[in-house]
Write a protein that binds this ligand. Sequence first.
Ligand code: X2X
Length: 337
Amino acid sequence: MTILSRRAFAAGTAALGVSTFAIGRARAAEFTYKFANNLQLSHPLNIRALEAADKIKQETNGRFELQVFPSSQLGSDTDTLGQLRSGAVDFFTLSGLILSTFIPVAAINGVGFAFKDSDTAFGAMDGKLGDFVKGEIAKSKTIFAFDKIWDNGFRQTTSSTKPISSPADLANFKIRVPPAALWTSMFKAFGSAPTTINFNEVYSALQSKVVDGQENPLAIISTSKLYEVQSYCSETNHMWDGFWFLANKANWDQIPVDIQAIVSKHINAAALNERADVAKLNATVKADLIAKGLKFNSVDAALFRDKLKSAGFYSEWKGKFGADAWGALEAAVGSLG
Ligand code: X2X
């Protein structure tokens, strides 16, 4: 966050010691805020965020600049969450599951096989379940989430060693999981050997065989080029994941309300566009990944779900999330058993 005084802003670049007459030099914005994320520039999340940044700049007549830092440039997800909480970073898109290290209930969308499709997931996250989670995030008083969650997508399992066709193939499987208890718990329930690794180190961990596999939606497998270091993609669809667009509350409160309204409007609109882009990409990218050499297989999801049930995964997490949150999840998706 950089804030110039109103007077300095009005005086333009002279305030920065740069000649006001410098040709082609943009005037410094009055508010310059940092947005960090872990994805490549080619992912729809960054494409839509950059588009929103342009619109915000235009509509605020240059007063507000959203600086986009993709690819974990400001640090790993774990580091960046710390920076968001302290205010060193202003905005951050983060998986609800990773956010659960700070706000436990935020992991709830990651319960295995909870959502049957994207419409059900967005219905829940734009409805009561999402409101419940956003309410808990707001109670932190240090950060809050914008209204619309962004899509990450249904997660698929990739491997350099073998296809995952049945739950038995996950036994002792060396799989990378993101830093969140729910992920570790779920793959332990499958009998795997999960290792927690932040996303900015996943490509090299796969390349150097620290782990044999990982799980992510196709849009990420494609834009982060994980197909270069993986051979198989098993369509397990085991979890739906989304990114909350989070803000540091104290920094946000420094922005005049009219500018806040413009920023919120464009960020939430970008989320809806990004959802449509990811849906389109997930539908078309498979052929592209096959052409790049990734071998696909589908699975009987019911077998995987049964395995989680018999391992006690659902009863454990029902207890952890509590009756209110679990009730909001089941109201959206039906009984999870
Ligand atoms: O870390 C991951 O795998 C990613 C990119 O999907 C998340 O941000 C949770």
